[in-house]
Design a protein around this ligand. Structure first.
Ligand code: 2AM
Length: 174
């Protein structure tokens, strides 16, 4: 834990082993084609809400409030690539955002804000970062659609430093 007592936190959907394997297989050629630095498979996730560096003592009330959020399981389909030029990332996303997913992200943002954390000003764009520091774009055949039955999400801590962030799941919900 950093000495400041702050922990870099976010809520995310975390794929299970089977889905993770499918994602890696389906996107390998595209990722290689960008010449970028692939996200290690165990790091693949979809952020629901990024809290940033949060005081340690906020974790307990956050978990308590989020635990009582009703979560209706839903399905999403990973079926398109996106590319952020400035951030130089290639990502996997959705042509259609299920309303339940957007609501969940909104609820998590609201709860975080009620606990004193800054409000997210950017629009929610569900995405899974596949590669960073990409050099070039290959022609983007859309990926084979992959269905994801979502029945849980997680509170995750990110530790920076080293070649890749290290993520630890602190709590599962749902
Ligand atoms: P990214 O993959 O698009 O970089 C842990 O860092 C997770 O939080 C990543 O999914 C990352 O998204 C996201 N993240 C990092 N900084 C963020 C910010 N300032 N706003 C929103 N999401 C952020």
């Amino acid at each position: 834990m950093p000495r400041s007592g702050k922990r870099r936190l976010f809520f995310a959907l975390w794929p299970d082993d089977d889905l993770r394997t499918r994602i890696v297989r389906a996107t390998r050629a595209e990722v290689r084609g960008t010449g970028g630095k692939p996200t290690p498979p165990e790091n693949l996730h979809m952020t629901l809400h990024f809290l940033g560096p949060a005081p340690e003592e906020l974790i307990a009330p956050l978990v308590e409030r989020v635990s009582v959020l009703p979560l209706d399981p839903f399905e999403l389909t990973l079926d398109q690539y996106g590319y952020w030029q400035r951030a130089r990332t290639l990502w996997l996303g959705l042509q259609e955002t299920p309303p339940t997913l957007a609501e969940l992200a909104r609820d998590l943002g609201r709860i975080s804000n009620e606990l004193g954390l800054p409000r997210e000003r950017r629009a929610f764009i569900p995405h899974m970062t596949l590669a960073r520091k990409v050099n070039r774009l290959t022609p983007r055949e859309p990926p084979r659609p992959m269905h994801w039955f979502v029945h849980e999400f997680a509170l995750v801590e990110s530790v920076l430093g080293g070649p890749h962030s290290r993520y630890t799941i602190l709590e599962h919900f749902g």
